[in-house]
Write a protein that binds this ligand. Structure first.
Ligand SMILES: CC(C)(COP(=O)(O)OP(=O)(O)OC[C@H]1O[C@@H](n2cnc3c(N)ncnc32)[C@H](O)[C@@H]1OP(=O)(O)O)[C@@H](O)C(=O)NCCC(=O)NCCS
Length: 329
């Protein structure tokens, strides 16, 4: 097993207080609480209000991380924000976050890997810490998916919610704790299974954008589901193999929270019983890049992750992107 070069210190999260239940969708769309729960496992999701921007939610999560880690904001040298829903097209939302947080000595950038963004961010942070170019990297996942969700499309509207989560990546202490393995992959041939056709350079904002609803996320649900099951299995295999561990060694699996059926298939493939799998998709729906750091913070604060726990993080998302990170906490 490799000696970790980087470790995770401190966690934080922010979820809006406004809740949208399945019953709320029953009043808006041709759907039912029973269908949504059976097909996805989701009961409710959080909805950001006007002041709850990605930068705002991420700031609260980052402040919790710094407090837990005992690190001052001036010591943050890098700020990586995984997001598919920046607050504005320019600049990077990470720069707005930097300003609001007061992380004046940091380099800040957004990372676009959709729901895998937090794990891509952790991997970049580990590399920067490993080559000596950074010592305190805030890695954040923050999303306001409700701003790009089409509430006339019952197949996608029910899935998504808002929130943010974060952690700090620092040099390892040489005690065997830290990041044991990382694995990242993408397959751009699958891009059109989950995408936003309009609003970028190919279709700049115009009247047509509002009429054809191409500003919103489009998804081929069944195809995404199949690819997700395969890529989550691949991500588990790769992290376990690279870390030199087996499924039964894992204390807790934190999968991207998209659909309970994908989570169960992933756990089964990895040989990890469901009592070692963290699930909160019922309460938040899919919060994309925020889903794993929100879950991580819930686990840490509830005492489900303690010093020495072996934690496996696994994600997939639009792009397609997928990946995994194994951590000795
Ligand atoms: C979206 C998803 C829940 C749909 O479940 P599914 O079992 O694949 O259902 P299908 O898309 O095959 O649709 C089955 C039927 O349910 C209907 N349906 C879709 N959404 C519905 C809803 N909210 N309520 C009721 N019926 C719905 C469909 O119209 C279809 O009806 P039809 O048979 O009359 O055509 C599922 O495909 C999924 O979770 N995919 C992955 C999505 C994901 O994780 N995206 C994020 C990636 S990070």
């Amino acid at each position: 097993m490799k000696q970790p070069v980087a470790r995770l210190v401190g966690t934080g999260r922010y979820t809006p207080s406004k809740i949208m239940t399945n019953a709320d969708f029953e009043r808006m769309l041709d759907t039912s609480d029973e269908w949504i729960r059976e097909r996805t496992g989701i009961r409710e999701r959080r909805i950001a209000e006007a002041h709850e921007t990605v930068a705002f939610m991420a700031k609260v999560a980052c402040e919790q991380v710094l407090e837990a880690a005992g690190v001052s904001v001036e010591d943050v040298d890098t700020l990586i924000l995984g997001t598919a829903t920046p607050d504005r097209p320019l600049p990077a939302t990470a720069c707005d976050l930097q300003a609001q947080l007061g992380a004046s000595n940091a380099a800040a950038f957004d990372l676009g890997a959709a729901c895998s963004g937090f794990l891509f961010g952790l991997t970049v942070a580990e590399a920067m810490v490993g080559n000596g170019s950074a010592r305190n990297v805030l890695v954040v996942g923050g999303e306001r998916l409700t701003t790009i969700t089409d509430y006339q499309d019952r197949a996608t509207a029910i899935l998504f919610g808002d929130g943010a989560g974060a952690t700090l990546v620092q040099p390892a202490a040489g005690d065997g704790r830290g990041i044991l393995a990382t694995y990242l992959r993408s397959d751009g041939r699958l891009a059109d299974l989950l995408y936003r056709p309009g609003g970028g350079g190919n279709h700049p904002p115009d009247q047509g954008l509002l009429e054809d609803r191409s500003y919103y996320m489009k998804m081929a649900g069944r195809e995404v589901f199949k690819s997700a099951v395969l890529s989550m299995a691949d991500a588990c295999d790769q992290a376990l193999q690279r870390a030199g561990i087996a499924g039964q060694d894992v204390d807790i699996l934190i999968p991207h929270q998209a659909n309970i059926r994908i989570i169960e298939a992933t756990a089964k493939h990895a040989g990890i019983p469901m009592d070692k799998v963290y699930v909160n998709v019922d309460r938040y729906g899919n919060t994309s890049a925020a889903s794993i750091p929100i879950a991580l913070d819930e686990c840490v604060r509830a005492g489900r992750i303690t010093a020495g726990s072996l934690v496996l993080l696994v994600a997939f998302g639009g792009g397609f992107t997928w990946g995994s990170v194994a951590v000795r906490w």
